[in-house]
Ligand binder design. Structure first.
Ligand code: PHE
Length: 341
């Protein structure tokens, strides 16, 4: 066997099992490296070859070189193909696998309820006025026709910070600020926290109210009921109606308690409405002349109505929550279930 055939055989032997480009590269180096490669090493022997054999020898070296190169190229192509195939396989994306659930927060039910109320009334042209949580006695009571010795003060158990300052017990305090600052027409909505020393399944010492106040020429209780009808239908469903019952608030005359028809039973009577078919949702009334006068608005020229809604109560009714504490405990298992947004 000639030297050349020996090298060919050795090459084929060593090529066996080399299927990845890395080991094929090693083989290429071993045979074709310019300095140490076995094929090139043959060239160095040239000078020991007799003159008349030199041409033949050189030709055979070149043939061998081409042969090795051809083999290597084939192997390399095969390896590249296989490696590419492997990459395709391993990087394949299965678009049918369900995506991991993206944990997302949602707004607190009270915020959702408040936002919905604001949206509805903003749609009717109300502007937002946000008052302050600390008020003085005048704005929270006296200007609202509830002087120091007035029995209506007992309706709201107050947290006093000093003899003069207190945590507002009602967003109605904002009515006075608005009427002092602005002449009619007035159409404001005032959401915010209020505070009362009161604590049971349906009362919390801190809760939220939404005050509404409209003052203009010729405003009556009918305007109030029209707006509230629209409001309850948007919050509790289309068929919901309202009913006014006489009540008392020192800052409104007449005063009413507003009920809406029970959205759970449609008015037939159920557990939610305690068999009456109606659910109390807010207090309201025609702005008392004395309150207008306290703010420098002439009651002979202007009239108005005001209403105050408890936001937690509205949310509890809407979302079927029976204990107000659930709205303040921040238990995610409860909060995650309530998402209207
Ligand atoms: N401020 C009253 C309350 O907190 C609600 C109310 C507001 C009543 C406006 C009449 C008019 O109970």
């Amino acid at each position: 066997m000639s030297r050349f055939d020996e090298i060919r055989e050795k090459f084929l032997e060593e090529a066996k099992g080399r299927t990845d480009s890395r080991s094929i590269y090693e083989l290429r180096k071993k045979y074709l490296d310019r300095k140490a490669g076995e094929v090139n090493a043959l060239m160095k022997e040239m000078r020991n070859i007799p003159k008349d054999e030199k041409a033949d020898f050189g030709k055979n070296v070149n043939l061998l070189k081409d042969w090795v190169l051809e083999n290597l190229t084939k192997m390399e192509e095969k390896a590249r193909e296989a490696e590419l195939q492997h990459r395709y396989e391993s990087e394949k994306i299965d678009v049918t696998i369900p995506a991991d659930k993206d944990p997302r927060g949602n707004l607190h039910p009270i915020t959702q309820m408040k936002n919905q109320m604001v949206d509805i009334f903003a749609g009717m042209g109300f502007e937002i006025y946000e008052g302050t949580e600390i008020e003085n006695d005048y704005y929270n009571f006296t200007a609202l026709n509830t002087p120091m010795d007035h029995p209506a003060r007992d309706m709201q158990d107050t947290f006093y910070l000093s003899p003069e300052y207190l945590l507002r017990t009602q967003t109605s305090a904002g009515q006075i600020h608005v009427m002092e600052a602005k002449k009619p027409p007035i159409k404001i909505l005032s959401p915010g926290k209020v505070f009362r020393s009161d604590d049971d399944a349906t009362h919390s010492p801190m809760f939220s109210q939404m005050e509404g106040l409209v003052v203009d020429k010729g405003i009556t209780l009918c305007d109030l009921q029209g707006m509230l009808d629209e409001f309850v239908q948007q919050v509790y469903g289309e068929g919901t109606r309202t009913r006014l019952r006489p009540s008392f608030f020192p800052f409104t005359e007449p005063s009413v308690e507003v009920d809406c028809s029970c959205f759970a039973c449609g008015g037939k009577g159920c557990k939610l409405c305690k068999g009456t078919g109606w659910i109390e949702i807010l207090g309201a009334g025609v702005v008392n002349n004395k309150v207008l006068e306290n703010c420098g608005i002439d009651p002979n020229e202007y009239s108005g109505f005001a209403f105050g809604i408890g936001i937690e109560r509205a949310a509890m009714l809407k979302y079927g929550i029976n204990n107000i504490k659930l709205l303040f405990e921040s238990d995610l298992r409860v909060l995650e279930q309530i998402n209207d947004a």
